[in-house]
Ligand binder design. Structure first.
Ligand code: NAD
Length: 478
């Protein structure tokens, strides 16, 4: 299975109207483990964007009428092709994103699983007949062309979170990955070129100007955006101009609450990885760790040991657990937060040394019980900087956890699962994990509360965000 002629090391082109196309201008792609440019991607022109949207509009007229089972059959083909090329994609992923191979491959497999999940999901419809002389057929119809914009932290997974439901629902799509990590999705476009009819799946790349050009484009019926809350607000403003449907998955500042009855040795590694996996560049990473005072010191010691021993380095090297920060902009931001924390007298615990080779490496950094109002607690770091916060009272810690403009996810750790669930129900977030973290399922809605999002991804609820209900009133007597 698959296309053996695809060269993953060069020749990155966009997929527009079923054709692989280059552009006059190009953007540089940097390997964050060295800080050096290793590839170039097309910088989509406005004319090419218009062509992509027009081809997607044309394709939509037919695609919406293709029976669901046939559309889903194509999603299954796409899944099989990606799976067959998971290793090559993962190696490219490490070069552009920084994450070591196993995690990179796992991300490609998440995309595969999402395609398979939406290939198996029915679109509901129902008939209302109350014996009053008519029946009403309620069905869901697709919207049109979807504008999909994704970030650099999970560049493959988050793109397919949009592609799979959008296409299953009968929409066509123009997807733009982040300018920092365009390559895997450009190669995914090349791999899937012949799976879908021309114009159904379009993948374009470009610099900072391309996102606003897309969100302002009147040819899109819906925008599905994943990225920062600040950009999400600009996207929402742009959508208002012609009332485009909108799904926003935005930032988070997730709290984890660790109760005094946990076995510290047993949970420490999981808690550590829940905060630092992907070098802490995860929307749903633990970003504030509230630990009961009875176990605060012992958990702090275990986390310190892990921080001092887990290898941070080039994801392409054997034994690396945590790669670099993905880009220089984010590196400078996180380093700035660490310097400010140090300058303001907070107690920082620094993990193992990191390579000093021009790559964007930051040591794992714990902050020992900073004040609640400090920036390291209030702001999303999106990098390996984790405040450990002492608590003694459950009602108080729930209030502190909820005192955030964000509401993405959270976690509760306790041997008393009922008590943990009771705490979870009082957290103002769209997802809460008990004694685990970072696990998301294709069949389960994922929705940011407060400023973490608008709308829903995943699950049937996520599929229906790509559709609109239509009610057909049919009289019995005609
Ligand atoms: P970002 O907002 O800077 O960029 C996201 C995407 O938007 C990129 O493709 C970018 O090119 C594009 N973009 C930039 N300006 C735009 C504009 N004015 N109009 C339209 N598009 C524009 O975010 P990032 O730095 O790439 O990602 C990190 C952020 O994403 C973090 O805050 C993280 O929490 C969040 N995130 C959220 C989720 C979620 O599901 N809730 C998942 C992953 C990341």
């Amino acid at each position: 299975m698959g296309n053996s002629s695809v060269d993953f090391l060069c020749d990155y082109r966009m997929l527009i109207d079923g054709q692989l196309v280059d552009s006059a201008e190009r953007i540089e792609v940097i390997n964050p483990a060295h800080g050096e440019c290793f590839a170039a991607a097309p910088d989509c022109s406005e004319a090419q964007l218009n062509h992509a949207v027009e081809s997607a509009q044309r394709a939509f007229r037919k695609w919406r009428g293709v029976p669901l089972k046939e559309r889903q059959g194509m999603l299954l083909q796409a899944a099989a092709i990606l799976e067959a090329h998971a290793d090559e994609l993962a190696r490219l992923f490490t070069r552009e994103q920084g994450r070591p191979f196993d995690g990179a491959r796992a991300e490609v497999m998440i995309a595969v699983n999402w395609l398979r999940a939406y290939a198996a999901m029915d679109i509901p419809g129902h008939v209302i007949d109350k014996g009053d002389g008519q029946r009403v057929e309620v069905r869901h119809v697709p919207l049109g062309v979807v504008c999909a914009i994704s970030p650099w932290n999970f560049p493959v997974n988050l793109a397919f979170w949009k592609i799979a439901p959008a296409l299953a629902a009968g929409n066509t799509i123009v997807l733009k990955p982040s300018p920092f990590t365009p390559l895997c999705m450009l190669k995914a476009g090349e791999l899937l070129r012949d799976v879908f009819p021309a114009g159904v799946l379009n993948i374009i790349s470009g610099g900072d100007e391309l996102g606003p050009l897309m969100t302002a484009h009147p040819g899109f019926a819906k925008i599905s955006f994943t990225g920062s809350t600040a950009t999400g607000k600009r996207v929402m403003e742009a959508a208002a101009r012609d009332l485009k449907r909108l799904t926003l998955e935005l930032g988070g500042n997730d709290a984890a609450i660790v109760m005094p009855d946990v076995d510290v040795d047993q949970v420490a590694l999981q808690i550590f990885m829940g905060a630092f996996y992907n070098t802490a560049q995860i929307c749903v990473a633990t970003k504030r760790l509230y630990v009961h005072e009875n176990i605060y010191d012992s958990l702090k010691d275990r986390l310190t040991e892990l921080a001092k021993t887990i290898k941070v380095g080039d994801g392409a090297e054997q034994g690396t657990v945590l790669g670099p920060i993905q880009n220089k902009r984010q590196f400078d931001r996180v380093m700035g937060m660490i310097e400010d924390a140090r300058a303001s007298g907070l107690t920082l615990i620094e993990g193992a040394q990191v390579p000093n080779n021009g790559g964007y490496f930051i040591p794992v950094t714990l902050v020992d019980n900073p004040p609640e109002e400090s920036a390291v607690v209030q702001d999303e770091a999106f990098g390996p900087l984790l405040p450990l916060l002492r608590f003694s009272d459950v009602a108080d810690v729930i209030e502190r956890a909820n005192a955030s403009e964000y509401g993405l996810a959270g976690a509760v750790w306790s041997k008393d699962v009922d008590k943990a669930v009771a705490i979870a129900k009082r957290l103002e977030t769209g997802t809460v994990w008990i004694n685990q973290n970072l696990k998301l399922r294709a069949d389960t809605p994922f929705a940011g509360h407060k400023q973490s999002g608008f709308g829903i991804e995943n699950g049937l609820e996520g599929l229906l965000e790509y559709m609109v209900p239509q009610a057909i009133y049919v009289p019995h007597n005609t």
